[in-house]
Design a protein around this ligand. Structure first.
Ligand SMILES: *Cc1c(COP(=O)(O)O)cnc(C)c1O
Length: 382
């Protein structure tokens, strides 16, 4: 039997508006990518402040298309963090290029370290993929300076960061391409789904083409009588979103600002409650800008047994997770030589625990989790 969590790691906000939006698509009898998806793309582009938004079936698809649109392929290197979801690196591997892992900044800033990026650049380097860990935007000024100096493209894996802001700019619009995830546990959830955003007309056109088999017209255009046939100009993919998910996405997008605000409020309460505990440290103590607060990560002090801690939390009905087992330690990537050692990634990867965080959480839930953390720290100490 599945565990009945008192406080799950994440939970959704699905109301009558979501039900009605999906039902309305079903009543329309047009389910595959069409005008609802176009509306979602327009609304999303406007929201983040990008010229183009291309809806896709997942962030993994968006990352793959980003690499392809930038012309990355065999022989090329792309610098990526290792403290991320494996898709960040896999999307580079799909193209035949090599992901080169760079360390994260510190135990306070868990995103890729600009100095490590600079050290990893070779003549084969084509791009840098950053990941805004937990919805906290990376030091994009430093990344942009390095990219300019070496003529590299920047891709943002913004899967954690829809709505995050720094210097009045939203995540996904700092680099050449931004990639978002609408997977069920993300800040904006449609089950599966993603979005690629860019200001570059040519990159957008390339991504749209490759999203749908490299075909020059869409089923929707033909249904509208705008086209009778099509040509195929590239070996593209089927990475399309569908209308049910786009309809869900439109409703969730309208809720995003309020939901992120609630996440920041809960994060503040967690911090106030946990800051004084000496068994753990809290990353992002003084982060500039407005995070999307996707995750609430804590780092256990050396000497606290992590799997015991997680087990003790589970006994109290509290679900936790680990973000992330470092990608370079997985079987697929382990055999490859590292360009540079990744001591901070490995330290954080071994000590990180993610506590529950979702807009529907109550302050009592935060108190319950914090109390359990305090008790578990005592019991899991060596
Ligand atoms: C969830 C996630 C992805 C993949 O998103 P999908 O939409 O599930 O493909 C990629 N990168 C990061 C950092 C993620 O958290």
């Amino acid at each position: 039997m599945a565990v009945q969590w008192r406080v799950p790691l994440a939970d959704l906000e699905i109301g009558p508006e979501e039900m009605e939006a999906v039902a309305s698509v079903l009543r329309s009898r047009w389910l595959s990518m069409g005008q609802v998806t176009q509306r979602f793309e327009q609304a999303f582009a406007e929201y983040v402040g990008a010229r183009h938004a291309v809806a896709v079936s997942s962030a993994t698809a968006a990352l793959h298309l980003a690499n392809l649109a930038l012309g990355i392929g065999p022989g090329d290197e792309v610098i990526v963090p290792s403290l991320t979801f494996v898709a960040t690196a896999n999307a580079v591997t799909y193209t035949g290029a090599t992901p080169v892992f760079a360390d994260i900044t510190s135990e306070d800033d868990l995103s890729i370290d600009p100095r490590a990026v600079e050290a990893a650049v070779t003549p084969a380097t084509k791009a840098i993929v950053v990941m805004h860990y937990g919805g906290y935007i990376c030091d994009m000024e430093a990344i942009a300076r390095i990219a300019r100096r070496h003529g590299l493209a920047v891709v943002e894996d913004a899967a954690h960061a829809p709505g995050a802001e720094a210097g009045g700019r939203k995540a996904g619009t700092f680099g050449a391409i931004g990639c978002f995830s609408f997977f069920a546990n993300k800040n904006l959830a449609t089950g599966e789904g993603g979005m690629l955003v860019t200001d570059d007309d040519r990159l957008a056109e390339r991504a749209r083409l490759l999203r749908s088999h490299g075909m020059t017209t869409l089923t929707w255009d033909r249904h509208q009588g705008h086209a009778h046939s099509y040509d195929v100009v590239a070996a593209g993919y089927n990475y399309r979103l569908d209308e049910m998910r786009a309809a869900l996405g439109l409703v969730q997008l309208a809720r995003l600002e309020a939901a992120n605000e609630r996440r920041r409020l809960l994060t503040g309460h967690y911090r106030a409650r946990l800051a004084a505990l000496d068994g753990l440290s809290l990353p992002y103590r003084a982060h500039p800008g407005k995070p999307a607060a996707h995750l609430f990560p804590v780092l256990l002090r050396q000497g606290i047994h992590r799997s015991r801690f997680i087990e003790l939390m589970k006994e109290r009905g509290i679900q936790t997770s680990i973000h992330y087992p470092p990608v370079h330690q997985f079987t697929l990537y382990r055999a490859r030589a590292l360009r540079q050692p990744l001591p901070v990634t490995e330290r954080v990867g071994a000590r990180e625990v993610t506590l529950p965080l979702y807009p529907r959480m109550t302050l009592e839930d935060v108190e319950l989790v914090a109390g359990a953390v305090e008790a578990a720290l005592g019991a899991a100490a060596a």
